[in-house]
Design a protein around this ligand. Structure first.
Ligand code: SF4
Length: 214
């Protein structure tokens, strides 16, 4: 699944801010769920000359479900004041989702690949809408807990023995991969099986869960 996040570069928010100011698209209202997209522009990729940058528009705004997508993508950055969520895919594409329904995909191989990603995004957004209808807006305390989620908050809940049973060089490496979606909690057998880690396991499981259930 392409939407497994592997990281977000620190300077990317600047690009997002420029993109926010860059273009205006017509969209349906906040109440509608997007069901289609249109690719508006295909540009050379500034970061990688072998790739392209694709700007697309969904047929409805997605502002009210961005918080759900933020909860889902554990390594995403959410600029709440600008209404922009950014993340990297497991293939290194940079994706920005705007509350207006605009989508920018940077460092993508081809238009075909971008279309594939946009279709998958639409399915994920649909799941986010289902969660919104079921649960209402994301609570502020949930958002605050999500803001505090990072590699160190994961690391401190791991056994920190560096036993390598998970196949990683140590607990810190495992924490990085867990945050990026490249591994699962269950790969840490001591955490999963030893009674003394039961509380830590339950806490970590709650931290890493997604209300979208994707
Ligand atoms: S299995 Fe768990 S305790 Fe062992 S190195 Fe991996 S994360 Fe650390």
């Amino acid at each position: 699944m392409f939407l497994e996040v592997v990281g977000v570069k620190g300077g990317f928010s600047f690009i997002n801010a420029l993109e926010v100011l860059g273009e205006v698209f017509s969209v349906r209202g906040e109440g509608s769920k997007p069901s289609s997209f249109e690719i508006k522009r295909i540009l050379p990729c500034i970061a990688d000359s072998t790739k392209i940058r694709v700007i697309a528009q969904l047929d409805a705004s997605i502002g009210k479900v961005l918080p759900y997508l933020y909860l889902h993508f554990k390594n995403s950055k959410y600029l709440e004041s600008l209404g922009v969520l950014t993340f990297l895919t497991n293939r290194g594409e940079m994706v920005s989702l705007y509350s207006s329904g605009k989508v920018c995909i940077v460092k993508v191989d081809s238009e075909h690949r971008a279309e594939e990603m946009l279709r998958e995004l639409l399915m994920l957004i649909s799941k986010a809408y289902e969660a919104y209808v079921r649960l209402g807006p994301v609570r502020e305390d949930t958002l605050e807990a999500r803001r505090r989620l990072n590699v160190m908050s994961i690391y401190w809940l791991l056994p920190k023995t560096n036993c390598r049973a998970c196949g990683e060089p140590g607990c810190m490496a495992f924490a990085f991969k867990l945050l990026s979606g490249e591994t699962q909690i269950s790969k840490c057998k001591p955490l999963l099986e030893e009674p003394k880690f039961k509380d830590a396991y339950e806490k970590l499981k709650a931290m890493m869960s997604s209300p979208i259930g994707w």
